[in-house]
Design a binder for this molecule. Structure first.
Ligand code: PEP
Ligand code: MN
Length: 263
């Protein structure tokens, strides 16, 4: 599956989606887009509509955030993946994004799935907080029956008994889903662990397990991030991660987007 920007999910080349949890300002998204593209990412992520546990927490910049994402992504030749929370916002998000993200909290929001399915845009479907593989695949089926074949699954960890990590990142689903479905599968080690130090090792493990790509939170100054700073990589840490990833990717017959551009 290929985005209009050229990024592919499911081929020899990995999809590397990177960016902040939330789009905060023009300066923040611009600095992030520049850094992640230089490090070899091919898709810019960032939330403009944010699903926050508390209604008093920052809810995102909305349409202004979409505009900022699109502008910076275009400057660096990146695709855009961003979350849509509400069926009423599918059309506006689809106008700016190359790929609609349906978040963990909305995996079984069936009216949102139907609307996203009918939009014709590729959809990134994150695993629900406590969703079984069967439930996840049935949620994907809502997109497929709406006529949308461009569906990518994203493992982002599930709730567990152990608060040592934010979620329990289930990498066993990567080879399991390869048996069960033709849909590409990417891994989000940022929400999967909640701890920036754990992101690189789990990203390497995800690619070793056969993941078709990664979704990684990167912020120019994680300490000042309005959301998810503790799990966000600095641009330098992200660059180090992509360098380390190149060797693992080639060991499993994959390559990074930057390497395929050079080839
Ligand atoms: C996100 O990717 O910004 C996000 C909110 O993730 P999740 O839906 O996996 O919690
Ligand atoms: Mn986040």
């Amino acid at each position: 599956m290929r985005l209009q920007s050229g990024a592919s999910f499911g081929g020899d080349t990995l999809a590397i989606c990177a960016g902040p949890c939330s789009v905060e300002s023009a300066e923040q998204i611009e600095a992030t887009a520049k850094a992640v593209s230089a490090a070899g990412a091919n898709v810019l992520r960032g939330g403009a509509f944010k699903p926050r546990t508390s209604p008093y927490a920052f809810q995102g910049l909305g349409v202004r955030g979409l505009e900022l994402l699109r502008t910076s992504a275009d400057r660096y030749g990146l695709g855009v993946v961003t979350e849509v929370l509400d069926p009423r916002d599918v059309a506006i998000v689809a106008r700016y994004a190359d790929m609609l993200q349906i978040g963990a909290r909305n995996m079984q929001n069936f009216s949102l799935l139907r609307e996203a399915g009918e939009s014709g845009k590729p959809v990134l479907l994150k695993r629900g907080l406590a969703a079984t593989v069967d439930e996840w695949l049935m949620a994907a089926e809502y997109l497929l029956v709406a006529g949308n074949d461009n569906v990518v699954l994203c493992e982002r960890g599930v709730r567990s008994f152990d608060p040592a990590t934010r979620n329990l990142l289930d990498l066993s689903v990567v080879p399991l889903l390869a048996e069960l479905t033709h849909l590409p599968v990417i891994v989000d080690p940022s929400h999967g662990t909640g701890v920036a130090r754990l992101v690189e090792p789990m990203a390497l493990a995800a690619v070793a397990a056969g993941a078709d790509g990664l979704l990684v939170e990167v912020h120019p100054d994680p300490a000042s991030a309005v959301s998810d700073g503790a799990q966000s990589l600095t641009p330098d840490a992200f660059t180090a991660m992509t360098r380390a990833l190149a060797a693992v990717a080639s060991a499993v017959g994959r390559r990074l987007p930057a390497a395929s551009l050079a080839a």
